[in-house]
Write a protein that binds this ligand. Structure first.
Ligand code: URA
Length: 197
């Protein structure tokens, strides 16, 4: 096992036993990031939902099924990418995580996951991740685009849950994941030419 995997493994163990915020009280399972790092892509959602809380794995419910199909269509294998969330425990009734929960969980886990993987690109899924990670408010201004925050690059798209009952958004989401695949397949020095910001 490489030292990179050992470090992600130790974060996973810490997440599973975490009691740093109140979300640990009601959860069934904490949901650490999962997947591989070979493509150097991280996808970041908001927080686990009911299915994720029950299984301990990210994006396994209806939003996960949409994400899986978009990845398959774009030729990206789920096992090649790392999927995680801004917060690792399900907020009661799927409410939006509080600023305090976000602050603790990103400081303790998400930032470390990003540091270890040193991704070529981070795909932000939805408005909560956009605000929590980049401090940006308006999804419609940024979706489909790259935001450069050296040394990291972020690609912004909808949260797949937002597309469940909206075929237009779903189509845009699928197109965005295709763009993400193109960006990742490009040489590093060409990434900026794809979607200049
Ligand atoms: N929604 C998220 O943001 N993350 C998950 O893991 C599942 C649903």
């Amino acid at each position: 096992m490489s030292s990179q995997n050992e470090s992600l493994e130790s974060i996973k163990k810490d997440v599973i036993h975490c009691v740093l915020c109140g979300l640990s009280i009601a959860r069934k399972n904490a949901v650490p990031g999962s997947g591989g790092t070979s493509r150097k892509i991280i996808l970041i959602g908001e927080a686990p939902g009911k299915n994720e809380d029950e299984t301990g794995s990210p994006f396994v419910g209806s939003a996960g099924k949409i994400l899986d199909q978009a990845l398959i269509d774009a030729g990206i294998e789920r096992k090649e990418i790392y999927i995680t969330n801004v917060v690792k425990c399900r907020p009661p009734n799927n409410r939006v995580p509080t600023d305090g929960e976000i602050e603790i969980c990103t400081r303790e886990y998400l930032k470390k996951e990003i540091d270890i993987i040193s991704p070529k690109i981070i795909c932000i899924l939805g408005a909560t991740a956009l605000k929590s990670i980049l401090g940006l408010k308006y999804m419609t201004s940024y979706r489909g685009r790259i935001v450069n925050r050296p040394p990291l690059k972020y690609f912004i798209t909808y949260h797949p849950a937002a597309t469940i009952y909206n075929n237009k958004l779903k189509q845009i989401f699928f197109e965005d994941i295709q763009k993400l695949a193109k960006i990742v397949n490009a040489q590093d020095h060409r990434i900026d030419k794809f979607f200049p910001t």
